[in-house]
Design a protein around this ligand. Sequence first.
Ligand code: BJ8
Length: 423
Amino acid sequence: MSEIYNGMWQRLGLNLEAHHELLKTLGVFYSDIYLSQKDRPKAMEYFDFVMSEVHGLRIQELQEAKANGRRVIGTFCVFVPEELILAVDGVCIGLCAGAEVGIYQAEQYLPRNTCSLIKSFFGFKLAGLCPFTNSCDLVIGETTCDGKKKAYEIFGGFQPVYVMEVPQTKSEAAHRLYESEVVRLKDHLEAVSGKKITVKALNQAIRLVNRRRRGLQRLNRLRFASPAPVSGLDALLVNQVAFYDDPVRVTEAIERLCDEIEDRIKANQGVKPVGAKRILVSGCPMAIPNWKIPMIVEQAGAVIVGEESCVGERHTKNTVKEDLTDLNDILHAIARRYMQIDCATFTPNEERMDHIIELVRKTEAQGVIHYAIQFCQPYTIEAKRVEERLRLEGIQYLRIETDYSLQDLEALKTRIEAFLETL
Ligand code: BJ8
């Protein structure tokens, strides 16, 4: 990435030397994994461009937004309603980090047996490597898993953090609690931005976020086709980029991609031959540049046809009711929509089991790879329930626990290739 951004990165407090190395490594990694794929849709060029400017142009846009009085708000979880941020004319950035960086610094604050995702967002911050985090006026955390919940207390020492309470059951009382948290967040965002949320602004934000969700839903539906018209790696990338790119622009790019994929389906054009093994990945979210598992699966000749994940279906499957006219009704509708998210931090979480089965049927996946980040208790423990349900339905299953390092690459390749052979 061009050194024309050095001044901006310096003002944001980045460690220029380490940051330069990170971008160099990321560039090579991206080119090896993504640009080496054959027969990609042409519309993926937009996403390649966004990735080539991930710490450049987009960060420059954030600085311009800030100069124009807009607030940049970072989030770590899909339980934080983006609609409220957009309704105060804020810019919402998904901050989850997917690379093993700054581990030494992160472990000065966090136990070694903390999941890679939490260590990574600490590591990026402490090693001076994340211009997104450093651009944020506010970071919104949430009480989902214990690791994140406690980590935010420490993270708050580095920059302003607001924590939203997310309940852990789906009882009526839990719904009421979450709805009250949506209202509390609305009040906080109004105070931070100095802007009152109006019915008009909130409806506009709901329509925009819904439109992006529908674009991603359409992309997911198109992946049901055989031969697979787009790779799992590319579909994952689109979902990842949607967390931090401008919502209008990325939605248009997703819609263009879907148009092209529809043409490919009509022309019976696939990224893999018809008989390629079809895999559903289920579990923890995969943030950029966490591409290890899809890379192994697809380089082994199979294709990922769906992600039951927060960087995937779990995040996009439900929309918020549009065009209500009363602010309280709208906030209620937002709360109801978000409480449908079937994260493993909930108990019980039968909806997730049902959703996995539904996805296997729709995508015609021949097997499920359950992916959990090492030391993530909610997903590693819930993996057993997933396994039992899949066994009951006669669906093949592979359970993987891994971190962000590449140390287990060869071992994972062996296990995944062996699994693919059994399908
Ligand atoms: S709604 S999945 S984005 S919490 S991997 S930090 S759970 S120990 S990411 Fe998530 Fe929201 Fe749920 Fe989705 Fe904790 Fe597990 Fe780490 Fe995790």
